[in-house]
Design a protein around this ligand. Structure first.
Ligand SMILES: Nc1ncnc2c1ncn2[C@@H]1O[C@H](COP(=O)(O)OP(=O)(O)OP(=O)(O)O)[C@@H](O)[C@H]1O
Ligand SMILES: [Mg+2]
Length: 616
């Protein structure tokens, strides 16, 4: 028998390695931008077409490469960043594995143009599926430009696996932010198709965050800073009142590299302790600086997981530093001398009279579930809804021979409610719905009782209502007396532009108003009691979250996001009529038994079960 083991050709080995390094267009963006950072560039441009599926181009004004290095850079394990094993413990560069370009060139058509600072002429290399197609001298600016075209053109399974453009673009924006945040001394631009998504001038960290996430961040951020022997910590957390319902902006950077670390996340989250409502998250942008000797970043090819020599100590320092900053901020709100210098140049005006602390008016009786008119049953049910309702009414019907029910009825009638319940569904509802812990609605049914999750049920009702308006392209809009403006970051602004038609169909009336800003002229008619800007902001936030987690289409995602945003929450006390209305509307839905996210809305308990429990 002949020997059968062979070394794989480089192109195949590279393609296998690429599977780990390049999972989607965003991974290529990350690798190219990190190379640009390592080149010492002061200006980095990212150009993307069709969410990276057609083109990803990164242009830098860094050190550039010689002709030989340019060719070498596409070889596997070829790097200028480390020389020997020991160097792995003093890494200050983003790259060191020498495999990113080789991997990318194995699964795409790549064009590199590069010129070293001081060289007269540059070089252009075309490489495709690890094969050099062309190499020639060319005139090009100092620095490097790498274009990656038709990613995964030779790996159809991977290409087909890519998600929609919005999802892939979201991932690219995430990677772009992860590189841009810890490097405010470098200017960045990012174009997608014909849109400029970000234009980030050189500045300090706070300015960088405002450019990325909107100027409203100026008043949201609390500075965090501490130097210890083990770790230096610098950055910002957001004030507790700006916590988000979804994990929004949470960034750790270790020696300027974005890392994911659940343990350290816990340290920050627990520093907020009672300051945050249970179901919300603070945003944070924290730079940790440690001696590279005390960490190992060579755990995974994407380098986002890191092993610390003393993780417990880092946890403890992080937690106490964030806690201290929050404490200081509570006592003395910080003034930012970079941003608020104009405050000191303002002429001092004498103030007459007594200065009153601003007050916030809260309507304790406000209930988002309540409609303007007293709750009534809808009159115009469709055939399907009627049949659902009929079933529900059957279930609700009290023609029970069951003795236990009769006992309850007796009790009910003692509470001076009309005994004529047989024909009066509405009345019988009134008698037989109870709210448990401001969270669940409990109601008698023929065979026992049922428990409804009020939040889930309301989500289902709203979801179907919103889907309906999206499909029919019509819903009532209530014009705002005082239109509100909503300033967004560039990425969210682009998202709202993309969703404009659907958002309009949901009943919002919005129009663009200068850079990254919308004016809200009107809101969906059943949301008049909400803060319109917060409503729209919440919608975008939920939409983005769903985008990454779900496979749902645009409309479904919007309807889910809005329903989740508007639904009454656990903890809300409901009046009898509101509970009846909720039950009635729920059973008029196409799918009353689950939330749009697939969780149950209703569960039933039979009398038999109860009887069993009381038997000895
Ligand atoms: N934009 C650039 N400017 C200058 N040199 C570059 C640039 N991109 C790549 N190089 C050179 O090509 C080499 C190979 O790049 P590649 O990204 O494949 O590996 P790496 O950055 O060394 O390690 P890693 O695989 O961890 O990213 C780099 O070490 C660097 O010398
Ligand atoms: Mg690299």
């Amino acid at each position: 028998m002949p020997d059968i083991i062979q070394l794989l050709p480089d192109s195949v080995a590279n393609q296998i390695a690429a599977g780990e390094v390049v999972q989607r267009p965003a991974s290529a963006v990350k690798e190219l931008m990190e190379n640009a950072l390592d080149s010492g560039a002061t200006h980095i441009k990212l150009i993307v077409k069709d969410a990276g599926k057609t083109l990803i181009q990164v242009i830098d004004n860094g050190c550039g490469m010689s002709e030989t290095d340019a060719r070498m850079s596409f070889e596997r394990h070829a790097t200028s960043k480390i020389r020997k094993a020991d160097d792995l413990f003093s890494i200050r560069t983003m790259g060191f594995r020498g495999e990113a370009l080789a991997s990318i060139a194995a699964i795409a058509q790549v064009e590199m143009r590069t010129r070293r600072i001081g060289d007269e002429i540059g070089v252009k290399i075309d490489i495709e599926g690890s094969e050099i197609k062309n190499q020639e001298a060319c005139s090009t600016p100092e620095g490097t430009s790498i274009s990656v075209k038709n990613l995964f053109y030779n790996v159809p399974a991977r290409r087909n696996f890519l998600k929609t453009d919005s999802v892939e673009l979201r991932h690219i924006i995430d990677e772009f932010q992860r590189v841009a945040i810890p490097n405010p001394e470098i200017a960045f631009t990012f174009h997608h198709n014909t849109t400029e998504v970000f234009n980030l001038p050189v500045g300090n960290l706070k300015q960088r965050l405002m450019n990325l996430f909107g100027t409203s961040y100026n008043s949201r951020l609390v500075p965090v800073e501490e130097e210890t022997g083990i770790v230096n910590i610098k950055g910002f957390v957001t004030k507790p009142e700006f916590a988000k319902k979804t994990r929004g902006e949470q960034f750790f950077f270790l020696n300027k590299r974005f890392i994911k670390n659940g343990y350290l996340h816990h340290a920050v989250q627990s520093a907020f302790e009672q300051l945050l409502p249970g179901d919300s998250f603070a945003s944070y942008f924290l730079m940790l600086d440690v001696d590279p000797k005390t960490i190992d970043i060579n755990i995974h090819p994407t380098k986002t997981e890191v092993k610390f020599e003393d993780e417990k100590a880092v946890y403890a320092f992080l937690r106490s530093t964030v806690k201290k900053s929050l404490g200081q901020f509570n006592i003395a709100p910080s003034l930012d001398f970079d941003q608020e210098a104009h405050l000191y140049n303002m002429p001092l005006k004498p103030i007459d009279g007594i200065i009153k602390a601003p007050t916030i008016k809260v309507d304790p009786n406000y209930n988002p579930f309540k409609t303007e008119t007293p709750p009534t049953y809808r009159k115009n049910y469709t055939d399907r809804e009627l049949s659902n309702r009929a079933n529900w009414e059957k279930m609700y019907s009290r023609h029970s021979e069951n003795q236990h029910e009769l006992e309850i009825q007796k009790e009910d009638s003692q509470q001076s409610i009309s005994p004529d319940w047989d024909n009066e569904l509405h009345e019988s509802n009134k008698k037989t719905t109870y709210q448990l812990h401001s969270k669940y609605i409990l109601s008698h049914i023929k065979t026992g009782f049922m428990v409804i999750d009020q939040q889930g049920a309301h989500e289902r009702i709203l979801y179907e209502r919103i889907m309906d308006s999206l499909e029919k392209h019509k819903s009532a809009t209530q014009q705002e007396l005082f239109p509100k403006t909503l300033e967004l970051n560039a990425a969210d602004f682009a998202l709202v532009q993309e969703l404009h038609a659907e958002i309009q169909a949901m009943g919002f009336d919005i129009s663009e108003f200068g850079k990254n800003t919308f004016v809200i002229h009107g809101v969906p008619a059943d949301t008049v009691n909400y803060d319109s800007a917060a409503l729209l902001e919440g919608l975008i936030e939920n939409y983005k979250q769903n985008l990454l987690e779900l496979k749902s289409d645009k409309r479904e995602n919007l309807a889910r996001s809005m329903a989740c945003n508007m639904a009454i929450k656990a903890g809300k006390t409901l009046a009898q009529e509101e509970m009846n209305n909720l039950i009635d509307e729920l059973f008029a839905c196409k799918m009353p038994y689950s939330t749009p996210g697939g969780k149950p809305t209703v569960t039933t308990f039979s009398l038999e079960d109860l009887d069993k429990r009381f038997k000895k």
